[in-house]
Design a protein around this ligand. Structure first.
Ligand code: PLP
Length: 393
C-alpha cells in the first residue's frame, strides 16, 4: 500500500546510519581531513585540494590569494542568476561585484555578456556549472586571456564531465560545496581544487590560520538528523517541523572556519559511492529531460555537446506564472516537493549599479524557475507523476 505520508524532498543524499557510525569511528584518526583532501585530489585528477567549512570560504581564500598577486585588479564577474551569497566573499575582500547574463538555452553564463563586463580591473571570472549541467569553458578562457583568473564553480556539479574531463578540474582553481542541497554532502563544507600549485600553497597557508569549527559532537547530531530527514517516509510526517528550517532569505554573513574530522570521515565514505549516486541521478534526470525537452510552455537547459550532467536539481522554467503555481501545488498534493531557487537575479537583490531590466535571460529564468527533485530516493512512479504534471499543469 502507498504510504500517504511519504513526500519526496527537493534534494537528498542517501546516507545510512551505519555509515554515520563508521564516520564517527574513523574521525578519531588524526589525519582524517588530510586523508580526504588527498583522496579528493586523486579522484578529480588535480594537484591539490583544500577543505574548509563552505564553498563560499573556498572562494574567499582563492580570491584573497589572487588579490595579493594582482593588487591593481579589484573586480569579479559572476552570473547574474546564481547563488547570491557568493557576493559575501567579494565584499569581505572589498572587491567590486559585476555580473553577466546567463543563456536561456543553457542556463549557464553567456560568454558574449561576459565579454561586455570585462574591464582592465577584472581580477577573476566565475563560470558556474548550474544545476550540475556542465558549461563549455573554452570561450571563457579566451575572453579571460592571460591576465584574468578563471575560477570554476563546480558546487552543484561534483562528478559531472565535459569532453571526458571532470568539471572543477579544468581551470587553475575551482570551488565545490558539500552543503545540504548537494549530490555529495557532509551536511556542510566545501573545498577548493587546484591545478595551480602556487595558488594552492597560499590558500592552504591561509586555511591553516582559520579557527577550528565548534564541537564535533553537535555535527554528529546534525548529520544524523539530516540523514534521517531526507528519507521520503520521514520527510513527509516531519514536514511541518522541517519547514521551519527552510528559508529563502539571502544570508548576510558567512564564517570562515576549518572543516571537521567527522565530516571528512563521512565524505571519505560517501566518495566511494558518489559514482553510484550520480548514476541514479543521471537516470532520473535523463528520463525527465527526454519527457520535457520539446515543450512549448516551459524551458529546460540544453545538455551541450560532450557534456555529462549530474542533475543536482532538475530546473524547469515556466513561461506562465499560473502554470508554475498550479504545477507546484499539484506536485505537492502528489507527494513531490519542489523549490524556487533564487527567485531574483543578483542585480535585483543587490544594488550593483545596473538598470533593472539588464540581463533579460537571468530575469526570465529567476521569475519562472522551479527545481524538481532528481535524487536516488525517487522511483519510477514519482518520475511519471512529475513529467505528467509538468507537461499538463
Ligand atoms: C553554485 C553554487 N556556488 C556556491 C555555493 C556556495 O556554497 P556554500 O553554501 O557551501 O558556501 C553554492 C551553494 O549553495 C552553490 O550552489
Amino acid at each position: 500500500m502507498r504510504n500517504l505520508f511519504r513526500k519526496i524532498p527537493t534534494t537528498a543524499v542517501p546516507i545510512y546510519l551505519p555509515e554515520v557510525l563508521r564516520a564517527v569511528i574513523k574521525a578519531s584518526d588524526q589525519d582524517a581531513v588530510d586523508h580526504f583532501e588527498k583522496r579528493l585530489a586523486v579522484w578529480l585528477g588535480v594537484s591539490e585540494v583544500v577543505l574548509v567549512n563552505k564553498g563560499t570560504t573556498a572562494l574567499y581564500l582563492i580570491l584573497k590569494a589572487l588579490k595579493r598577486l594582482h593588487p591593481h585588479r579589484d573586480e569579479v564577474i559572476y552570473p547574474d542568476y546564481t547563488v547570491p551569497t557568493l557576493k559575501l566573499a567579494f565584499d569581505q575582500l572589498e572587491l567590486k561585484t559585476r555580473v553577466c547574463d546567463i543563456s536561456r538555452t543553457t542556463f549557464n553564463m553567456d560568454p558574449r555578456s561576459l565579454s561586455e563586463e570585462i574591464t582592465g580591473k577584472t581580477l577573476a571570472v566565475l563560470p558556474v556549472h548550474m544545476f550540475g549541467f556542465p558549461m563549455a569553458l573554452d570561450e571563457v578562457f579566451n575572453i579571460a586571456g592571460e591576465d584574468i583568473a578563471v575560477i570554476e564553480d563546480a558546487c552543484q556539479a561534483p562528478g559531472a564531465r565535459i569532453n571526458g574531463e571532470f568539471v572543477g578540474a579544468i581551470a587553475p582553481s575551482s570551488i565545490f560545496s558539500l552543503c545540504k542541497g548537494k549530490n555529495f554532502s557532509t551536511y556542510s563544507g566545501g573545498f577548493a581544487a587546484f591545478n595551480d600549485i602556487e595558488l594552492a600553497g597560499f590558500v592552504r597557508a591561509e586555511r591553516d590560520k582559520l579557527p577550528e569549527a565548534k564541537s564535533g559532537l553537535k555535527m554528529v547530531v546534525l548529520i544524523t538528523l539530516f540523514a534521517l530527514a531526507m528519507r521520503p517516509g520521514v520527510y513527509g510526517p516531519l514536514y511541518p517541523f522541517i519547514k521551519r528550517f527552510k528559508s529563502e532569505e539571502v544570508h548576510q554573513h558567512f564564517d570562515a572556519v576549518k572543516f571537521t574530522s567527522i565530516q571528512a570521515a563521512l565524505g571519505d565514505i560517501l566518495l566511494d559511492k558518489l559514482e553510484m549516486i550520480n548514476a541514479q541521478r543521471r537516470t532520473n534526470g535523463l528520463y525527465l529531460y527526454e519527457k520535457l525537452k520539446d515543450c512549448g510552455h516551459i524551458l529546460i537547459p540544453e545538455i551541450i555537446d560532450g557534456a555529462d550532467p549530474v542533475f543536482n536539481h532538475f530546473p524547469v522554467v515556466f513561461l506562465n506564472e499560473n502554470d508554475l503555481k498550479r504545477a507546484q501545488s499539484r506536485l505537492w498534493e502528489k507527494g513531490i516537493d519542489t523549490a524556487r531557487m533564487y527567485m531574483r537575479p543578483n542585480h535585483h537583490i543587490y544594488d550593483l549599479g545596473y538598470p533593472s531590466d539588464a540581463f533579460p535571460d537571468s530575469i526570465l529564468i529567476a521569475k519562472g524557475l522551479i527545481t524538481l527533485p532528481s535524487h536516488p530516493y525517487m522511483n519510477q512512479r514519482d518520475l511519471g507523476i512529475i513529467s505528467d504534471i509538468i507537461l499538463n499543469p
